[in-house]
Design a protein around this ligand. Structure first.
Ligand SMILES: CC(C)(COP(=O)(O)OP(=O)(O)OC[C@H]1O[C@@H](n2cnc3c(N)ncnc32)[C@H](O)[C@@H]1OP(=O)(O)O)[C@@H](O)C(=O)NCCC(=O)NCCS
Length: 175
């Protein structure tokens, strides 16, 4: 099996991430967000990791693992405020995409997410993981359902109609 590795993204990945931003499958999945790579790749706040996935040494995709409560863009703030009793107050939110079209649909995304989940749930006290696919992204949603994520319902983030998905640490450990 091909070797999958996750490494920290750096400013040296700027051109790569900008190219991936233009890939049709990435535009379709994330049409409205500006990731401001030129500034974000230069800082390492402790509430997030920005990771490049490499398969046999070739970069193919990106993941961000962030604390939704501490994130300074307050992306999740309205959802968290609307769900004050949800354990997502101690959680991580993950964004993921494969930038290289010829690397889609070969299991790499599943392995990337599984590796991220192992990292997340190795941190004591983390209750679960949030995802926010576009409601229209049925293939990604099917993948997340297969991994055990449950659908908490619709939510509008900016201009995007999304679904909020949740995987609890308890469900993950019973997989
Ligand atoms: C979603 C994604 C990370 C999954 O990684 P992957 O390596 O392609 O998926 P895997 O091979 O591990 O698993 C296959 C499943 O992934 C999903 N998938 C495959 N290609 C996909 C694509 N172009 N877009 C969305 N989901 C896709 C499907 O559920 C597929 O199962 P299916 O063939 O039965 O429909 C990847 O397809 C991708 O980056 N898609 C475009 C960006 C995106 O949708 N990101 C998620 C935003 S929430």
């Amino acid at each position: 099996m091909a070797t999958l590795q996750l490494r920290e993204a750096t400013i040296d990945d700027l051109a790569l991430l900008r190219r991936w931003d233009e890939a049709p499958q990435v535009v379709d999945a994330d049409p409205n967000d500006d990731w401001a790579w030129e500034t974000e790749l230069l800082r390492r706040p402790d509430w997030r990791s920005q990771l490049i996935a490499e398969v046999d040494g070739r970069p193919i995709g990106f993941m961000e693992i962030a604390d939704p409560v501490r994130a300074d863009d307050a992306y999740w703030a309205d959802w968290l405020a609307a769900h004050p009793d949800h354990p997502a107050r101690v959680s991580r939110a993950i964004d993921i995409w494969i930038g290289e079209a010829d690397a889609l649909g070969q299991g790499h995304g599943t392995r990337m997410l599984e590796a991220a989940l192992v990292r997340v749930f190795a941190v004591p006290g983390v209750a679960g993981v949030l995802l926010d696919p576009l409601a229209s992204n049925m293939r990604a949603r099917a993948l997340y359902a297969r991994l055990g994520f449950v659908d908490l319902g619709p939510w509008r983030f900016g201009d995007d109609d999304c679904r909020v998905l949740w995987l609890s640490g308890a469900d993950w450990s019973q997989r």
